[in-house]
Ligand binder design. Structure first.
Ligand SMILES: [Zn+2]
Length: 106
């Protein structure tokens, strides 16, 4: 499988899902110790759908994308739950208002 060919300089975002073997914990519990989960290369993540394991260097990049996305979501949540929802609401009603006034202007 060739990943990222024909996409220029932009790296492909690969959708990941928690590893079903270790349930996303990256380690599995032995009798008296934890060992690295080999089914997900110790990352806790596998490719969504195919459950393939990414190579270490590809994994680093994809986990970085995932972490950046998570940090953006955390930043939104830390600003408070009301603001982002209200922004969306006002943008939609503004668009509707402008279209409506054009239509009934004549
Ligand atoms: Zn695993």
């Amino acid at each position: 499988m060739q990943i990222g060919q024909g996409l220029g300089f932009k790296r492909e975002r690969i959708e990941l899902e928690p590893c079903p073997i270790c349930k996303g914990k990256a380690v599995v519990q032995g009798i008296s110790y934890e060992r690295i989960c080999t089914d997900c290369n110790g990352s806790g993540w596998v490719v969504l759908g195919s459950r393939l394991v990414l190579s270490s260097d590809e994994l680093v990049t994809q986990l970085s994308f995932k972490l950046q996305q998570a940090q953006r979501e955390i930043a939104v949540l830390q600003r408070g739950p009301s603001t982002s929802g209200l922004d969306k609401y006002y943008q939609q009603s503004n668009r509707r208002g402008a279209g409506g006034s054009n239509y009934t202007g004549d």
